[in-house]
Design a protein around this ligand. Structure first.
Ligand SMILES: NC(=O)c1ccc[n+]([C@@H]2O[C@H](COP(=O)([O-])OP(=O)(O)OC[C@H]3O[C@@H](n4cnc5c(N)ncnc54)[C@H](OP(=O)(O)O)[C@@H]3O)[C@@H](O)[C@H]2O)c1
Length: 324
């Protein structure tokens, strides 16, 4: 092949790659640093209070998202498993538009879920936040899969995957409510995944169930969009990196739950308008995931995931040795 066409071809590819990177960088800056002043207006119901149902909302990211929604004028239904903690969380929101629902995400039966949904049918619910999730293990939370009991394997599936799927299934008719729907009104489903969905050692079941959340959301978003009866329901996976919370006590330097809750609420409209299926609404998480997904080779991702997690695991091992 002559040198001229080869050089022209390579220059063309280089220009395309440069344009793609510039486009991505522009979108990144616009998305993260230009947030709407009145977010989520599309999910407000005309002439009535609009409510959001948030699971795992007595603490952590769930409560922070509830707080951010209350600030935007939404009513909230906090779902959790401990009545006292739920009551304290509800009180802390200092709003007349707060309800609580006691339900254990690990053990709830389909019947209990159905009854819980029925018990809030008097409210206009336009947002579902499937937030509940975590590592349902006695300490240490970071362990090799071979040390898990069968019950511990199942507990991850129950808490992180099964409950979210069942509750979403039960809530879809509420979020659709086509008969009463006014033109332009939209509904929203947010499902909490995790950066762990890339697959991290010593958190195998957690990673796997968070990948389930991610894929479930993408598939559901595409399905809802296809049917005129449900095309008004937006569906997004939220993919956090490290956030300081009661569950993540070793996240020094990471954003707090409050910062992250605000980022979630502020980040939905920009993502929906761009037709995205998932968001990492905090900028440094987004950068980390972009590197893992698109830039770094597998060898480098494995190295960083393993070394980062090994440091945490070692800290847990020291704590456990002191407790003995
Ligand atoms: N924090 C992070 O770094 C991080 C990173 C990536 C993804 N995430 C995801 O973000 C979500 C929230 O995490 P978080 O750090 O905020 O967790 P968290 O601080 O442990 O809060 C979890 C909430 O869920 C409730 N909960 C726990 N077990 C429950 C059950 N069986 N039934 C009903 N409610 C239950 C907790 O109530 P009690 O306090 O009463 O038990 C609490 O209100 C999770 O899905 C997690 O996987 C978190």
């Amino acid at each position: 092949m002559a040198a001229g066409p080869l050089i022209t071809g390579l220059a063309g590819i280089g220009a395309l790659v440069t344009l793609r990177v510039l486009y991505w960088a522009g979108q990144f800056l616009l998305y993260h640093f230009w947030r709407p002043s009145r977010p989520l207006i599309a999910y407000k119901r005309a002439g009535a209070d609009s409510y959001a149902l948030i699971t795992g909302a007595s603490a952590g990211i769930g409560l922070a998202i509830a707080r951010a929604l209350v600030r935007q004028g939404f009513g909230v239904i906090l779902l959790g498993h401990l009545p006292d903690e739920l009551a304290a969380a509800a009180k802390s929101l200092n709003s007349p538009k707060v309800r609580t629902l006691v339900l254990c995400a690990r053990t709830a039966t389909p019947r209990q879920i159905e009854e819980a949904v029925k018990s809030i049918s008097d409210l206009k619910i336009s947002i579902l936040v499937n937030n509940v999730g975590g590592i349902p293990l006695a300490d240490p939370p970071m362990r090799c899969l071979s040390t898990f009991t069968t019950a511990e394997v199942d507990a991850h599936v129950d808490l992180n995957a099964r409950f979210m799927a069942r509750l979403t299934n039960a809530m879809l008719p509420v979020l659709s409510s086509t008969s009463k729907r006014q033109k332009g009104e939209r509904s929203l489903i947010l499902n909490l995944s995790s950066a762990g969905r890339v697959g991290v050692p010593w958190l195998v079941m957690y990673s796997a169930t968070k990948a389930f959340n991610y894929s479930f959301t993408t598939a559901l978003a595409r399905e809802l969009e296809d049917d005129p009866a449900t095309a008004h329901i937006d569906c997004l996976a939220v993919v956090p990196g490290e956030v300081q919370s009661q569950a993540n006590v070793m996240a020094e330097g990471a954003p707090t739950c409050e910062v992250f809750g605000d980022a979630v609420v502020g980040g939905v409209d920009g993502a929906v308008s761009r037709k995205w299926r998932h968001i990492s609404p905090y900028w440094s998480h987004d950068l980390q995931l972009a590197l893992a997904d698109y830039v770094l080779p597998e060898r480098a991702v494995t190295h960083f995931a393993r070394e980062e997690l090994r440091l945490k695991k070692n800290r847990w091992d020291v704590i456990m040795a002191k407790r003995r």
